[in-house]
Design a protein around this ligand. Structure first.
Ligand code: DGY
Length: 322
């Protein structure tokens, strides 16, 4: 019997072509509305695999309710929304798409950093509001990045690519806080591994690249922001849950830190009246880290190949659980 895959969002055509070429049937949820776990559970009884794009909670209950499910194929590097222990116990494979999105996500972090340091998003809004009336040499002043210190929290592939950009373009000194040593970063970029507190105290820019886990949830809170320099910029392109939003807002309002660039928020989507959107030193993007044509095609292809390989009894291209 032909295998069937449920796809939670419209994904690049390349994924569908690959599934078709392997005689796998699929259903794509095309509505621009998030389907909840409860809604999907009754549907999933007819499917052998699921390609997940978006924040679907793949809980133990979800996994236990899908009798034929063999693979949860994440079209993302992050899998914080999947109950990995339950998948292991139930013998359900979980795949993800690391590597191919590192450059695009690092570009987004770099874009946010430049935008915050020069208040670019705010300036753009000011022009639209009709407030560009006079060129004032003492107004609109930003910060320069040359020779400053970049602190990376969680130095994996994305953090490494950001560090390369910052060291190459601005000669920034790279320090990092990570469970293990990143030899490549130390050798190629002269990166120095430091404690979390040292990183907070020394960095002019703190950029977060950790996964969202119980240990990292809310880790950037009032106490942590208070250890950063008042001139520091905070960048988060990882997961919104890693920072405590009320504490971040307060830290920006009372000058504990200088600015913030966020590609991820908590919740997502962010409400249009969120105070962060009206702060001059804040730049917010709608979770577009990996949103380039090339990267999304590459992610879709891996997500489909992970499904195909599972059905063929082969090892996944990128496995979290297999
Ligand atoms: C990822 O790959 O985890 C991105 O954040 C998209 O969800």
């Amino acid at each position: 019997m032909r295998k069937r895959v449920y796809i939670t969002r419209t994904v690049p055509e390349v994924a569908l072509e690959l599934l078709k070429a392997h005689q796998i049937d699929y259903t794509v949820w095309t509505e621009k509305r998030h389907q909840t776990e409860e809604e999907l559970i009754p549907v999933m009884k007819d499917y052998d695999g699921i390609i997940v794009s978006g924040p679907l909670q793949v809980s133990r209950q979800f996994l236990e309710s899908c009798p034929d499910l063999r693979i949860v194929s994440m079209m993302s590097v992050g899998y914080d929304n999947v109950d990995i222990e339950a998948a292991k116990e139930l013998g359900i494979a979980v795949g993800n798409t690391p590597g191919v999105l590192s450059g695009a996500t690092a570009d987004t972090a770099f874009l946010l950093l430049l935008a915050v340091s020069r208040k670019a998003f705010h300036m753009h809004k000011e022009i639209i509001r009709g407030n560009w009336k006079f060129w004032d040499p003492t107004a609109n002043l930003g910060l320069e990045l040359k020779g400053k210190t970049l602190g990376i929290v969680g130095l994996g592939r994305i953090g490494f690519e950001l560090a390369q950009r910052c060291a190459g373009a601005y000669g920034m000194k790279i320090i990092y806080h990570n469970r293990g040593v990143n030899e490549e970063a130390e050798k190629e970029l002269g990166a120095v591994r430091v404690s979390f507190d040292e990183l907070l105290q020394q960095s002019d820019v703190v950029s977060v690249h950790t996964a969202l886990t119980p240990e990292t949830e809310g880790m950037f809170n009032k106490e942590v922001f208070s250890k950063m320099k008042p001139t520091a910029i905070f960048i988060n392109t990882a997961r919104g849950g890693v920072h405590n939003e009320p504490d971040l807002i307060a830290a920006l309002q009372n000058g504990t830190i200088w600015g913030a660039g966020l590609d991820v928020t908590n919740p997502e989507p962010m409400a249009a009246d969120n105070p962060l959107l009206n702060m001059p030193n804040v730049a917010v993007l709608p979770h577009i880290g990996s949103a380039t044509i090339d990267t999304r095609n590459a992610m879709a292809a891996i997500a489909a190949k992970n499904v195909i390989r599972t059905f063929e009894g082969k090892t996944l291209e990128h496995a979290v659980v297999e």
